[in-house]
Design a protein around this ligand. Structure first.
Ligand SMILES: Cc1cc2nc3c(=O)[nH]c(=O)nc-3n(C[C@H](O)[C@H](O)[C@H](O)COP(=O)(O)OP(=O)(O)OC[C@H]3O[C@@H](n4cnc5c(N)ncnc54)[C@H](O)[C@@H]3O)c2cc1C
Length: 479
């Protein structure tokens, strides 16, 4: 078998100067994403355009090297971590392919995969338009990554997740074939391969271009931050507001621990005495917004909502949002690392599930804060960690497993928006029947017959489920 060094030398010889990075430093830099897992890649390719990417794919095909597509590496499910495959794959970063054109008349944008989500939104804003899906990582995550994970975000409650905003997607598969799925393509007839590709987590190949739908900016926007006496009351208020004939554009919940951290860091004026705080945003025509704010406020007050602060001008709204958007920075100030979980529970179970999360963290002696898109039933416990603490990894994994199990028991699902990746792959054995997994494998094999696109991700091998104890650290990766 060809050694890794020989493969690296062959890649260097075949690819244009400046595309391949194979030093131990580069390999170390691309071992991980924003999850807790790591694995060493063979090397890293950073093509500047589609032509160079095609060269990378072609040489990998002839050398039978697997590839891991990568955007900004903000993924939390270890989807861009090069682990879980029999041999180290090549990480292919697409950040450099970042062209962007907005067509204001059609209300669309044509983008390369490396365009950063917030940059797209800013360019759209110049034409009175917006890109609605806004993951909390939008300052750095890429559209390619958003499409591959079918990302959600604060405003996806009202506008839908990424898939609802992708009109067409160009996919370069691991064999080097280029496909266009969706509007404007013959392949739009028949099965919805656009929909299938969105959320495929790099296992079908590379998203190399997309045409995205843009929405008009709303004429009126009002943001409200409101305090609650218990986290359960805040969770009940979420359901009450949604049942009160009103659909906020965003509904974000932060618990006391999260508010304390961000206030110390960003001083956004959120209530540090509250057990939980909800941020709600309303958009539409002015009279509709006024009406919805009144309805939501009345519903929230029935569950102890108090001390509300409202803002409609952009500067004051941005000040309120600062309390939510500063969470990642605030965490970095106090702990070296965190483990961000992502599960979904039915909204009716939210209050109970939050209490369970707090109990799990207490049992494992872990510090936890909760920050999440509450309207979607997402649960995002953030376990704050310092890896030098004794036995931290064992306690972390035990808590992670218990959180997944509570979501399954509550009738929820393994992932709300971050995807399955490598991290949750083996847990699919617990929630899917063998026949269902086999069907998923048949779909994957149709899209990637040689299995060289992001191998080891999303699906556990069908025969392995029988004797597998699901693990958050699958073979081939480490913490
Ligand atoms: C602080 C923080 C907040 C976050 N908030 C949210 C949130 O609100 N909502 C949400 O949904 N997620 C959130 N995330 C998770 C993450 O930002 C999203 O999953 C995002 O879509 C990943 O984009 P990326 O460019 O970083 O992709 P990466 O992490 O590089 O990759 C993610 C997956 O997509 C694949 N991929 C990347 N680019 C391509 C491509 N061009 N073609 C094919 N496959 C590709 C990779 O192989 C991998 O499987 C958050 C993460 C952080 C750190």
């Amino acid at each position: 078998m060809t050694s890794d060094d020989q493969l690296r030398a062959a890649l260097h010889a075949a690819l244009p100067e400046g595309v391949l990075e194979s030093s131990p430093y580069a390999r170390a830099m691309y071992r991980r994403d924003a999850s807790i897992l790591k694995a060493e890649p063979l090397a890293v390719a950073l093509p500047h355009d589609l032509q160079e990417l095609r060269q990378v794919v072609s040489v990998c095909r002839s050398l039978q090297i697997s590839m891991v597509p990568r955007g900004a590496g903000t993924g939390i499910a270890a989807g861009a971590v090069p682990g879980g495959a029999p041999r180290p794959p090549l990480v292919v970063g697409l950040q450099r392919i970042d062209y962007l054109t907005v067509d204001p008349e059609q209300r669309t944008a044509r983008v390369g995969p490396g365009v950063v989500n917030l940059e797209l939104d800013r360019q759209a804003n110049r034409h009175g338009l917006r890109f609605a899906p806004d993951p909390s990582s939008q300052i750095s995550c890429t559209i390619g990554g958003n499409i591959a994970t079918n990302a959600g975000g604060a405003h996806c409650l009202a506008y839908g997740v990424t898939s609802q905003h992708v009109l067409s997607v160009d996919l370069l598969d691991a064999e080097g074939e280029l496909h266009r799925f969706g509007v404007g393509s013959p392949e739009n007839n028949g099965y919805d391969l656009r929909g299938l590709t969105v959320g495929s987590e790099g296992t079908f190949g590379f998203v190399v271009e997309a045409v995205l739908q843009l929405l008009p900016l709303p004429p009126a926007v009002e943001t409200m931050v409101i305090s609650f006496p218990t986290i359960g009351a805040a969770a009940e208020a979420v359901t009450a507001v949604l049942n009160a004939r009103c659909l906020p554009a965003a509904m974000e919940l932060m618990d006391r621990g999260a508010v304390a951290l961000t206030e110390a860091y960003a001083q956004a004026g959120w209530d540090t005495d509250a057990a939980a705080v909800l941020l709600l945003e309303f958009e539409g025509l002015p009279h509709q917004v006024t009406d919805e704010v009144a309805v939501a406020l009345a519903a929230a007050r029935r569950y102890g909502g108090h001390n509300e602060r409202l803002a409609s001008d952009p500067t004051r709204r941005a000040e309120l949002w600062k309390g939510r958007k500063a969470v990642a920075g605030a965490i970095a100030k106090v702990v070296p690392d965190y483990y961000l979980h992502d599960v979904v529970v039915p909204r009716s179970q939210l209050a109970r599930s939050l209490e369970q999360v707090l109990a799990i963290a207490a049992e494992q002696r872990l510090r936890v804060i909760n920050v999440f898109h509450a309207g979607d039933g997402n649960l995002h416990p953030l376990l704050l960690i310092d890896r030098t603490e004794p036995d931290i990894e064992g306690r972390l994994l035990a808590a992670g497993r218990a959180i997944i199990e509570l979501a399954i028991a509550a009738g929820g699902s393994l992932t709300g928006e971050h995807g399955v990746g490598l991290e949750k792959r083996d847990f699919l054995c617990e929630v899917m029947e063998p026949e269902e997994l086999e069907l998923q494998w048949r779909v994957r094999e149709a899209m990637d017959p040689t299995g060289r696109a992001n191998p080891g991700k999303v699906l556990p091998t069908p025969h392995s489920c029988a004797d597998l104890t699901p693990s958050l650290v699958p073979a081939g990766a480490w913490l």
